[in-house]
Each structure stands twice: as C-alpha cells, then as structure tokens.
Design a protein around this ligand. Sequence first.
Ligand code: ADP
Length: 385
Amino acid sequence: MEDRKRAEDALRESEYRLRQIIETVPGLLWSLAPDGEPTYFNQRFLDYFGKPFEDFKHGGWLALIHPDDVPETERTFSHAIQTGSSYQGVLRFRRADGEYRWHEGRGEPLRDRQGNIVQWYGLSVDIDEAKKAEDRLRRSESYLAEAQLELAHANRVATMGQLTASITHEVNQPITAAVTYALAARRFLSAKPPNFREVDEALSLIVKEGNRAGEVVGRVRALIKKAPARKDAVEINDAILEVIALTRREAANNSVSVRTQLAEGLPRVQGDRVQLQQVLLNLIINAIEAMREIDEEERELLIGTRNEPEGVSVEVRDSGPGFASAALERAFEAFYTTKSDGLGLGLSICRSIIEAHNGRLWASPNVPRGAIFRFTMLPHSAAAP
Ligand code: ADP
C-alpha cells in the first residue's frame, strides 16, 4: 500500500515536471492527430496568439497565417500529413497584438511498433528578428553591389574623360608638328628650283611624327593591359543581370527591348568582376547606340550565356545596322569610331580586358541583321594560375 502510494506520488511528480517543461520551454509546442487535427497546444502557444484551443481546431489555425504564406503552408503541411514525412516551414503568424511575425515550424510523426502514426509533435519558433536582420543584410549587400557597379561606370567615364584629354594632348603635338613639316615641304617643292633635299628631310620628319602618334596609341593599350586583373570566381549570370539592371533606363529611353538566355549551372569564371562588367557595359551601350538607327519596334537586345568545351561564352546580339565586313575587324582598332562624339577606344579596351583574362572577344554579323559580340572565359578551376 505504502509502495503503491509512493509510486503514484513519483509518477505525479514526474508528470508535473514534464508538464512544467512543456509549458515553459521557449517555443510554441503543438501536437496533432494523425490526420492533422490539433490535439494539444502548450500554454505559451495559446498566450502567443491570445486565443483558446477551440479556435485552432478544424483548420482554424490557417486564419492566423499571413495570406501570402497560406498556399505554400497548406501545400507543405498536407504533404507531410499525407506522406508521413517531417514537416518544415517558414511562415508569418499573426501574434495576439496583430503583428505578423516570421516563424519556423517543424513537426515529426510519432509511430507505433507497426509503423502507424499515432501523433504528430511539433515546435514553432519566432525567428522574426533574425529573419528581418537577414533581409536587411541582403538588401544592403545588393545595394553595395549596385553602388560598386555605378562606381565602376563612373570610373569608366572618368577614365575615358582623362584618357581623351591626355590622348588629345599627346596626339595633337606630333600632328601639329607633322602639319608644320608638310607646309615646309610644300614651300621647298614650290621653290625655284625645288629643294628636294629639304623636301626629303621634311618628309622623314613627318614619318617620325606619325610614328610618335602611333606610339601614343600603343602606350594607352599597354597601360590597360598592365593593370593586374583580379582572379575572383565570378558568377557570370549574376554579373550580367547587374549590368542589365544598370542599363535598364538607357534601354527604355531608347525603346530597346532586352531579353536574356542565361544557361543554368554554369561554372564560375576566373576574373575581375568589375572589369568583366565594364566589358558588358560597353557592349550593351554600343548595341543600344547602334540601334538608334533603326525603327523603334525592331530594337532588340539579346544577352545569352552558354557552357562550351572551351569555357563559358557570353554573347550580346542586337538588331541594329550591323557592319560592313571590312568594318568588322576595324571596330576593334583603337580610335576607330563612326560616332561624332565617339572615342573609338571602347572595343579595343574590351578586347584587352578579355585577352588579359586568357579569353577571346570577337564580332560577327547577326541574322537577319545586326551585330553579335561574343567572348569566352575560362572556368575558375581550369584557368591558368
Ligand atoms: P565608340 O563607341 O567610341 O565609337 P568602340 O570601340 O566601342 O568606340 O566602337 C567602335 C566602332 O565600332 C563604333 O563607332 C561603331 O562604328 C562600331 N560598333 C560597335 N558596336 C557596334 C554594334 N553593336 N553595331 C554596329 N556597330 C558597332
């Protein structure tokens, strides 16, 4: 008799402890019948929502979920109930004070010896603070990436401006000198009798000055090549999408429709992300500028990526006027431009950048018309050190 009473006391005591744990554990605990009907919620759960247990029965709990999260929750929940697999979901619940807060819910089935589910046990944790901090971080990261790209763009414009000024200055000097010698040569030619020795000397000075101007161009290219390229592992599709976002306004202002065909599962490429984005920026702006010449309805820009045996290929296709076959290679020459305000350096710089990455950049005609600019990049692991 004594023993039985002691056993009963011990049982009551352990039941009390267990209940205390269940009620004070910092989480919302629940259990459900095998068909998903609520059987028990801990006090914390009921207090959190400020509702009696009855309100949760017969699917009443769905009314507490943020409308945007209902379809997904219903789907994963009924999948778990039907298949007997663990439940996991992230969703917003409306707290007693009316605020929707992010929760992570998990549930596991308890089975009898035959493997039949007898009960579901689960836990829901308020992860609102963590989730919001994570969202803020993600937003600031994409903001930073955008800022970085704008900086690269501004940098490019500034560099171009500086280059123009110094190039104009450097190229002007030999050209002015050459013109002076040419005028002198004409004078020596029209002298009576003509002084051929002086003419010959003036001509060789003209050749010398011409070569000097050519060297300036060579120096500019060498300068660009010299900058050491970083060797990041670049997700090329991401880098492309960022440049597209940056050029969206430019495209819209020019009535250009932009489409993408980005291959999935591409390996990362080895290179300097910002430099690659500068190349893309150049190709896209060139394409938009070229298409100003054709009807608005026909201005199409297609940017695609592909996984190829020699690496990842990126192409920018436009429906602009394209170019005559002779102009195709000339387009890459430094100072070749057909624009009144063009500098003719964009493509030559692009090619230097891609070649510094051990890749290739070339152009071909598009069908039925327009231009295709394509470059290839080595995958990150296969790239030379
Ligand atoms: P810029 O843009 O200053 O002229 P680039 O080196 O970028 O310098 O381009 C050189 C030339 O190549 C352009 O002036 C143009 O004639 C030609 N070109 C470039 N991209 C295209 C394109 N998408 N379609 C037709 N022609 C192009």
